[in-house]
Ligand binder design. Structure first.
Ligand code: DC
Length: 191
């Protein structure tokens, strides 16, 4: 087992920004678990499955292989060998990921193999890497996180409304915190 860094927190707090920098500086692999849940979400959406259809989502996990790789130093996500990175940041994909990630079978599909890694997500310090050497819980106010997402989308030329993003973040926070499986919670030993 290598050196593990766990960074958890709600949507838009800056987890991936920090995780990428730490990984680069230390030469560790950065595993963006949110992007992997998003990759699976694309799979469910392409099959036309509704987020509340647990049986169909569980069935769809059987033929989904989500992997992470790098091209020119930039993280890519592959769904059954096809590069779907450009779809990951769509709001609909984030919402499907937030809903489907509460299903234990979905979580089991994405269990990680660990070496020297920086991982960010919701349950890294509590469930995936409970013995991580460093645990960080990164958070910020809803309005601050919504502004970060808003600027991210603006930079990409995606039309969006700040108020709608704020509302979606609040809804996602609620789902991520209140679900039964691997809820978003600060690990007792997280900074
Ligand atoms: O971090 P993100 O916004 O890319 O994550 C998208 C969704 O995936 C998030 O709403 C909850 C889920 N997720 C999770 O359940 N567990 C993780 N370790 C990472 C993300």
């Amino acid at each position: 087992m290598g050196y593990n860094v766990a960074i958890d927190g709600p949507a838009g707090a800056g987890k991936s920004t920090i995780a990428k920098r730490v990984a680069k500086e230390k030469g560790y692999i950065y595993v963006d678990t949110g992007a992997m849940y998003r990759g699976l979400a694309v799979h469910f959406m392409e099959k036309g499955i509704q987020p509340d259809n647990v049986a169909e989502i569980e069935q769809a996990c059987e033929d989904a292989d989500v992997t992470l790789g790098y091209e020119d130093g930039v993280q890519q996500i592959y769904l059954n060998g096809r590069n779907i990175t450009s779809r990951l940041r769509e709001e609909a994909v984030g919402n499907m990921a937030s809903k489907s990630s509460g299903i234990p079978k979905v979580r089991a599909t994405l269990m990680a193999k660990t070496k020297d890694v920086v991982m960010d997500g919701r349950d890294i310090g509590t469930v995936v890497l409970p013995h991580a050497d460093v645990k960080v819980f990164l958070t910020a106010s809803v309005s601050c996180r919504a502004k970060r997402r808003y600027s991210e989308l603006q930079e990409k030329g995606v039309p969006c409304k700040l108020a709608e993003i704020e509302k979606e973040i609040e809804e996602r926070d609620y789902r991520d915190i209140h679900r039964d499986t691997s809820p978003l919670v600060q690990a007792e030993d997280a900074v």
